[in-house]
Design a protein around this ligand. Structure first.
Ligand SMILES: [Zn+2]
Length: 68
């Protein structure tokens, strides 16, 4: 899984949302996180590798019901 390359965004530069460091592992809550090559993080406590994906912006008004 090395398909982390950006595909030429129309704006020329993609927001580096996944470049920010993460404080805790989302799986074991430890802080032994190290950046992976090609994007993502690896936790050396639970030996999981994961990445943070930008899913878009959310509306400020989050009080409305989410209808599925
Ligand atoms: Zn972990």
């Amino acid at each position: 899984m090395s398909a982390a390359a950006d595909e030429g965004s129309p704006t020329g530069h993609a927001p580096r949302t996944e470049r920010q460091s993460i404080g805790y592992c989302p799986y074991c809550s430890e802080e032994n996180l190290f950046p992976l090559e090609g994007g993502g993080w690896e936790c050396r406590s639970c030996l999981r590798a994961f990445s943070v994906v930008f899913r878009g912006l959310v509306s400020p008004s989050r009080t409305r019901e989410v209808s599925s």
